[in-house]
Design a protein around this ligand. Structure first.
Ligand code: CA
Length: 522
């Protein structure tokens, strides 16, 4: 009798274990969709002007119309303090893809003709890791992570050699990413390059999308790039031409070029401009350029075009989100909405990015995943190397995060804020060609060398050392000397030393300016 009971218990235990294993295998993992328009500043979204959100804005939000982003924000987790550590196209992409800082990703500057910056082949990127975890991987839009070389014929077709018929560049900056290690396990590839919103230069692994051309042959559809990409993504999702294995979850990155420049009528969806930002709605640009540190003279020539590009980008993202909803998979798709950096839009008399100030480093970050995360507002200082481990953590594949990854997996903190042992970071590292700094929930610290950003010579001394109090001075109008805020300065400098060590930054390796930065001793 006893033996039978033991046998029965043993069998029950086996059945339970098998059931558990089967559940793990058969329960479909969430899909993942990372969307990042280029150069979209944190506060260029409509929801920031609404109750519940406007209290979290540093300064004033832009008067811009973005119904899709608003919907994602209201049903997702909105990060109020997300930061782009190095606010520039290629260094951002290196960190996003690798979960590591530039010294490890291989990208310290924008990839362009005459520069060696290029994503390292011999490491696993987020696309490799999701592919290995059983996902269909796809990439749509701007890449900008590969060294630019003259490997094209005069028509822009990739020939892979500088000898004739090669010897031509396809573009000064971004270049085609050929099939192979540089593509990092992206199975379905649809690349748009060139900063020309109505004339994207397309290369694709799917000949159906490029009029029967092969991967590497240039295709010029002459369609507004977000619209063109949205159409291709919808087709991929519908799987009309067996683009993917519908049994598998998908991992997709969509990197849109607008609202990146050019900002002229030729490169703008003029219907969006006339409908939302024309002089009948805003007689003066003053009503559009609302931040108190902004020079209207600087922003005048492009503010309407910038906002129109934001709004039309939002429209085409909406087409993809609607398709996911129609398919019934939106609730179990982890949609991450962010940007590679912001846009100065006249603040501090500047346009563009690659500045230490908030308009340049503050980025949107929204995680929309109704099945897994409750809508919430979160002040975690989320920065770029954290995106890879956090996304893997949310998708339930944290065990596959490589030990070399330098970012933090914040998924436990997002899933169970009260019981997680993960600590919120006190500050995150900032870097530019001639500067290093720290941003916390309150302050920005900046140490700037005695050279211009793009000067290849090494800096030999610190020319500027200052702190912004982003709470008391939300527009960063007042640079505070370190001596005038000694206790705060000390804490920020300790942070900086630790972070530079963690990033394996050249400043740490050379113990640069160690009279100012207290580097950890081991
Ligand atoms: Ca960019």
């Amino acid at each position: 009798m006893k033996k039978i009971l033991i046998l029965a218990l043993a069998m029950l235990s086996i059945t339970c274990k098998t059931k558990e294993a089967n559940t793990e295998l058969t329960e479909k993992k969430p899909n993942v969709l990372i969307i990042f328009p280029d150069q979209l500043r944190r506060y260029s979204a409509g929801f920031w002007s609404e109750d519940g959100f406007k209290e979290h804005v540093v300064g004033k939000p832009d008067p811009v119309i973005t119904p899709t982003i608003d919907k994602l924000a209201k049903n997702g987790v909105v990060f109020t303090q997300a930061i782009s550590n190095y606010p520039l196209c290629s260094p951002y992409r290196g960190m996003l893809l690798s979960g590591m800082y530039p010294e490890q990703s291989g990208i310290w500057n924008n990839c362009r003709e005459g520069r060696d910056d290029s994503l390292n082949d011999d490491m696993k990127t987020i696309t490799d890791l999701f592919f290995e975890s059983g996902y269909n991987t796809s990439y749509f839009g701007k890449c900008h992570w590969l060294k630019t070389e003259p490997l094209f014929d005069e028509n822009g077709n990739y020939v892979g050699t500088e000898e004739a018929p090669g010897g031509h560049y396809v573009n000064t900056y971004d270049t085609y990413v050929p099939a192979g290690p540089g593509r990092h396990s992206i199975e379905y590839f649809y690349q748009s390059l060139k900063d020309a919103h109505y004339n994207p230069h397309i290369y694709s692994s799917d000949s159906n999308t490029i009029e029967g051309k092969k991967d590497g042959q240039l295709h010029l559809p002459k369609i507004y790039s977000p619209k063109n990409e949205a159409d291709k993504i919808v087709s991929y999702l519908k799987n009309n031409n067996a683009e993917r294995d519908s049994e598998k979850p998908f991992f997709m990155i969509w990197s849109l070029n607008p609202p990146h420049n050019p900002w002229d009528d030729k490169n703008t969806d003029m219907d969006a401009l006339r409908k939302h930002y024309d002089t009948d709605k805003y007689p003066s640009n003053k009503d559009l350029v609302v931040r108190e540190n902004a020079s209207l003279n600087v922003a005048n020539h492009y503010v309407r075009n910038y906002f129109a590009n934001v709004t039309s980008t939002d429209t085409y993202i909406g087409i993809v989100i609607d398709e996911l909803e129609r398919m019934g998979v939106l609730d179990n798709t982890i949609v991450i909405f962010t940007s590679d950096h912001g846009e100065m839009l006249g603040s501090h008399g500047l346009e563009g990015k690659n500045e230490i100030e908030l308009e340049s480093v503050a980025v949107p970050f929204i995680v929309h995943w109704p099945k897994g995360l409750k809508a919430n507002i979160n002040d975690i200082l989320m920065s770029v190397p954290d995106v890879l481990p956090t996304t893997m953590g949310l998708a339930g594949i944290a065990s596959k995060i490589p030990a070399t990854v330098q970012g933090t997996n914040f998924a436990p903190l997002l899933k169970d804020p009260l019981n997680s042992t993960i600590k919120k970071p006190e500050g995150v590292l900032l870097m530019l060609g001639n500067s290093r700094g720290i941003v916390t929930n309150r302050y920005t610290l900046c140490l700037e060398e005695n050279k211009k950003q793009w000067d290849k010579r090494k800096g030999t001394a610190l020319a500027k050392k200052f702190i912004y109090d982003n709470q008391e001075d939300p527009y960063q109008l007042n640079k505070i000397n370190l001596e005038d805020l000694p206790e705060v300065a000390e804490k920020l400098l300790i942070q900086l030393g630790k972070q530079l060590k963690h990033a394996n930054d050249p400043w740490y390796k050379e113990k640069k300016y160690s009279d100012v930065i207290p580097y950890p001793s081991n």
